[in-house]
Design a protein. Structure first.
Length: 344
């Protein structure tokens, strides 16, 4: 049997298992991240729980978000919009609204490349004067299967120490500023921090982490979407002290530029350096993306975690997570490593 056929069979089994899941067995889950990685996680998680909160990074400074941030001084809305779209249901209402808020204008004027959802979110922020209330209202309009919160109430600038950013000076370490620049840096990222230092967390995000049964961190751009959550002191304190169990969901492949050449275990080492007091319970990785299982297990053990390998990639070979397979993996982890349902 070919690898593709095997993965398609696993996808069918995962879909069947999820469809037979008992109602009422719903863990309270908080997912942290940003961009397409968080969207993949949310699309999977909304299939297995109705009690879901996304806590989203607010350091984006590129594209439509960057323009709105610079012009209006607002939080960058793009990753928040993507999270809301991922929480839309698979019915006609949900998919229609997901497409609407993701729609980008094409013109020769100032609206070019602005996303409808970004403009809607910013308009409600200006109308209501409350980030959380506005996002809750957008979620209600979309029929979102969960809640979306920013991790901080102020827009953040991501800065990175990068070795070899200038190819002509491979041993030189410089500071690179801006999430969009960090994500594409040609050098080796040593560490990241945010400005302002010690930014305030959104209280609702802290409360959600403290009240969760499970917290999911990743997948996503490691330095620009995952690690930033650990740089908000109140949020990190909540992650360290919460009684929730924690899953670290790894990427399917290194990201060109930001994590070029990174092994799965190196992702864990980076996280440990940025948050040495943070322990994890489970590290989830695609079984085909781990060439050295022993080294990954050793790195996970240093974080206090067990490794769960599962087929979570799209069966067609494209390096993206399959929602049904990822949902099945999360579901199995929640049942094997946590309390047996029904939840609460």
């Amino acid at each position: 049997m070919t690898s593709r056929n095997l993965r398609q069979r696993r996808l069918s089994r995962a879909t069947a298992a999820l469809s037979g899941r008992k109602r009422g067995a719903q863990p309270k889950v908080v997912a942290l991240g940003g961009g397409m990685g968080l969207s993949a996680s949310l699309t999977a998680l909304r299939r297995i729980t109705g009690d879901l909160t996304a806590v989203v990074t607010v350091a984006d400074d590129g594209g439509s978000s960057g323009r709105l941030r610079e012009e209006l001084g607002v939080l960058p809305p793009g990753d928040l919009r993507k999270a809301l779209a991922a929480l839309c249901g698979d019915d006609e209402w949900g998919q229609t609204w997901a497409q609407v808020i993701q729609h980008r204008f094409e013109s020769k004027g100032d609206l070019h490349e602005h996303a409808v959802g970004n403009l809607l979110i910013v308009a409600l922020w200006e109308q209501l004067g409350d980030h959380v209330q506005a996002l809750d209202l957008v979620g209600k309009l979309l029929g979102a299967h969960g809640r979306v919160l920013p991790m901080s109430a102020v827009p953040l600038e991501l800065q990175a120490l990068v070795r070899g950013h200038d190819p002509a000076r491979p041993d030189e370490t410089v500071t690179v500023r801006g999430q969009a620049t960090v994500a594409l840096t040609p050098g080796e990222v040593q560490s990241v921090h945010v400005v302002p230092v010690d930014p305030p967390a959104v209280p609702e995000a802290v409360a959600a982490v403290l009240d969760a049964d499970w917290v999911v961190l990743g997948p996503g751009s490691w330095f620009s979407s995952v690690i930033p959550h650990l740089l908000v002191p109140e949020l990190l304190d909540a992650l360290v002290t919460t009684k929730a169990r924690k899953v670290l969901s790894l990427n399917l492949a290194p990201q060109p530029g930001e994590t070029e050449g990174f092994s799965p275990q190196r992702h864990l080492e980076v996280l440990g350096r940025h948050a040495p007091k943070l322990a994890m319970d489970v590290v989830l990785a695609d079984e085909a993306a781990v060439p050295d299982r022993e080294s990954l297990a050793d790195a996970a053990q240093r974080l206090g975690a067990a490794v769960e390998l599962a087929p979570v990639a799209s069966p067609d070979g494209v390096p993206i997570h399959d929602p049904e397979l990822l949902a099945a993996a999360y579901d199995r982890i929640f049942r094997m490593h946590g309390r047996i349902g029904p939840w609460r």
